[in-house]
Design a protein. Structure first.
Length: 490
């Protein structure tokens, strides 16, 4: 049975807003080598991606808490405007620091948009019927995040990476216009607003400190100090949330096994695994296989198709049957196998092998990207939809942030060591400047230097993909352990 027109238009509007934000999570991935070659800062390469994920992570709990007591439409518009301002500054960036600040601003608004679109949808459509739309939302997320890599590569090879930002602005205007027309204001709430300022500050300190401590941007002794500060903030947050009137992370969330397992499984599969692979796989395609940025993105087209197909079919299957454990469990197993295959990539890997391995990973991610969020929402009372959605997204994004940061550190260190070893094998003197060579300049190197760079990237990246496999196994075990409870029909 087809949905009524107002619901279809609401879904379309919310999908448009999610499309714009999700697209910007990965659109710079294929441009990373070019940006670093232009602006410098190889040691901070991970922050171009992690900056967006970090601040979007921090803004999610606040947006979720406020959405339970304030007009969600106005909140969505405010978050979209903040995202737009960050996008404008990204287009005007003149050095890496400005670009990172712009990405931080994009993340603040983007995190709010991602939570509010899902919260508005959750409040408007019953859980079982929403499973069908969760598949559609998952498809949008997949198309946006994965095609972002493709479009980013095309823009990088063509007019330049700055057009990633310029091209986003008109899309944002269209999404705002649709929202103004079709999204209804939330009904007024009798609950007074008491923002959990202490909780937000402690959450901000804890997340920022832990991500910074794992980013290797500080000396070792300072990293340990920052890590202790982060751990202390986590402990303080535990006590602060018990005293807050409207906590950003209320205790009821963690008393639900379904919420905890669904959230952690989503964090490991569609958070850490997917974002890390999408962030660094294009670099392998460019530096090892010798492809252009656009060609590297093109290799991920099968991953787009697989993710969209599995997400859509999962949504319809769950909506029809009400059963939701078997499909995401099979999907998590596909993620495990996909990571194992990506971990075996090497200098002799063909583009077809890389593309098919990524497609298998995408098929697995598509089964749980938003279905696990739906399960987390269904595990809590209707008046907690906002904080449940925000917390689920928060942990997924936080996991992705730390994953990208840690893999970025490991990649930079392994690349330098692998490059030194490769140069020695070719009888040449080591030089760190080769690590920041732009992909379009590889052809200008001597055959020996070109071969050394390719060998270094081939040795540095695949083991990091392989290291993610145990996380996907843990996610699989959590999904299998989910308690069976019916999806709500209202």
């Amino acid at each position: 049975m087809t949905a009524p027109v107002p619901v279809r238009m609401l879904v379309f509007c919310l999908m448009a807003s999610m499309l714009v934000v999700s697209f910007n999570q990965t659109v710079l991935n294929t441009a990373l080598p070019t940006i670093i070659a232009e602006l410098g800062g190889l040691d901070r390469i991970g922050w171009i991606v992690a900056a967006f994920v970090l601040t979007s992570t921090l803004s999610m709990p606040l947006a979720g808490a406020l959405s339970d007591v304030l007009d969600r439409k106005r909140l969505l518009f405010g978050a979209s405007i903040v995202f737009g301002l960050g996008t404008l500054f990204g287009a005007l960036s003149w050095n890496l620091d400005v670009l990172i600040i712009a990405r931080l601003a994009q993340g603040i608004g983007g995190g709010g948009v991602m939570v509010l679109t899902q919260t508005i949808m959750a409040a408007a459509v019953p859980s079982r019927e929403r499973a069908k739309y969760a598949g559609a939302f998952g498809s949008v997320w997949a198309v946006a995040t994965i095609s972002g890599v493709l479009i980013g590569g095309w823009l990088t090879d063509g007019p330049g990476w700055r057009w990633v930002f310029w091209g986003t602005l008109p899309l944002l205007v269209v999404a705002l216009a649709l929202g103004a027309r079709y999204i209804a204001p939330s009904p007024p709430s009798d609950v007074p607003v008491h923002p959990d300022i202490a909780g937000m500050l402690l959450l901000c300190i804890a997340t920022t400190a832990l991500v910074t401590a794992t980013s290797a941007t500080l000396p070792t002794e300072w990293s340990w100090f920052i890590a202790v500060v982060g751990a202390g903030a986590v402990c303080a947050l535990f006590f602060a949330e018990h005293r807050a009137d409207q906590p950003v992370l209320p205790g009821i969330l963690f008393r639900s096994r379904t919420f905890v397992f669904a959230t952690l499984a989503g964090t490991l599969c569609s958070g850490v695994a997917s974002f890390v692979v999408l962030s660094y796989l294009p670099a392998f395609a460019q530096m090892v296989l010798g492809l252009s940025a656009f060609q590297a993105g093109l290799l991920l087209l099968p991953m787009i198709v697989a993710t969209v197909t599995s997400s859509t079919l999962t949504g319809f299957a769950v909506s029809r049957t009400g059963r939701y454990v078997l499909v995401p469990a099979v999907g998590a197993a596909a993620v495990v196998i996909g990571l194992l295959l990506l971990g075996t990539l090497g200098p002799d890997t063909t583009p077809l092998q890389l593309s098919l391995s990524a497609a298998l990973l995408g098929a697995g991610i598509g089964t749980n990207v938003l279905l696990l969020t739906l399960l987390a929402q269904n595990a809590l009372p209707p008046d907690k939809i906002g904080v449940a959605t925000a917390a689920n997204n928060f942990f997924r994004q936080a996991g992705a942030t730390m994953g990208i940061s840690l893999v970025g550190v490991g990649f930079a260190r392994r690349l330098e060591d692998s490059l030194s070893e490769a140069l020695v094998r070719h009888g040449m003197q080591t030089t760190s400047s080769l690590a920041t060579t732009a992909p379009d300049k590889l052809a200008r190197l001597t055959p020996e230097l070109h071969s050394a760079v390719a060998e270094a990237y081939a040795a540095a990246l695949p083991p990091l993909f392989l290291a993610l496999t145990p996380l996907a196994v843990i996610a699989l075990l959590m999904i299998v352990s989910l308690e069976r409870r019916p999806l709500a029909d209202r």
